[in-house]
Unconditional design. Sequence first.
Length: 412
Amino acid sequence: MVDPSRVLCIVLAGGEGKRLAPLTADRAKPAVPYGGHYRLIDFALSNLVNAGYRKIVVLTQYKSHSLDVHVSRTWPLSTLLGNYVTTVPAQMRRGPFWFSGSADAIFQNVNIINDERPEHILVFGADHIYRMDPRQMVAQHVESGAGVTVAALRVPLAEAYQFGVLDMGEGTEIKKFREKPKQVDGLTDDPAMVLGSMGNYAFRTDTLLDVLNTDALDSSSAHDVGGSVIPMLVDAGLAHSYDFTHNVVPGSTERDQGYWRDVGTIDAFHTSHMDLVDVHPVFNLYNREWPILTSVGSLPPAKFVLDEEGRTGQAINSIVCAGAIVSGGTVRRSVISPNVMVDAGALVEDSVIMHDVQVGAGAVVRRAIVDKGVVIPAGAQVGVDPEADARRFTVSEAGVVVIGKHQHVSLD
């Protein structure tokens, strides 16, 4: 077992998240609220901290203020034993330019690696929903002698263009790696699936430093970990894969083991929230043996009031967070975030309602994502008339209505 103090974790959190607009209009993708209490980055950080890896740098770039604030307030680890989670903005150490890719982001911060001098480096993405015990991947990584180990799982062939796709050789060795290929064959034993990268990597430190230096000298490179660095290490015979479905997290069940979602689109974001509110959720937020950690703040309990005909405050198959008040309204199959008010006669169905939203009396909200601070006036309808929704709001391919942060909602 590798000493956790000899492992440095780098979390890549600089993504713009254009496909999640308007949720990313004024925040980085990893800072997007999720599941009521959380931010997307909390899932990656929780997996690392639960595993005992507590030297973590978070590389940021785009619209990082709310992410910086969240990490500083939520993740202050005790420095007495050398533990930390800290954000590192683009510092232009290599010249007057921003990060040109994820590999360049690490290269521009190589001083952190030199200062820590770890034996191994975990490079994780910041915006996926999953539980993982990374110690098991590190153990395989060390035993195999690989220069890099890529966490992977089977994904539908139709979605291969969104992933790095692995072709396997003998054992765990990767024979070929293609980043977001437009055309690719399915697996031999399941032609409808491919083996896709999760965007989580374990590197030997010397291997990572060597390949970053080589990549930095290549002016034609995209300077991307998946698109540039991993293919080089595959060609050198140094890349292996780790089968994520073999990862067993304490407290997991057969139903939620191996759950991983890329929530990079509005429809994926909405669908993954619907997973949370199942009676037997596909992803279980209530696993106390491997908790998803965050800071809830000092909020009063949720409250359900009024018990009159047509004015009964109730929530069915839903998550309702602290500070929320359901005052004579009805909530079904939805996630209600802190400090939300659902007024008398209002109906919220199949929706994600973020912090500080007010749903007025008699309003209807269906299949919608409502960002922070929105006031939906009494009698307004969202997700009822597709044409009216398209005129006022962002509507996804699958018809999910998205109302941006503090966006004005009219009755028209």
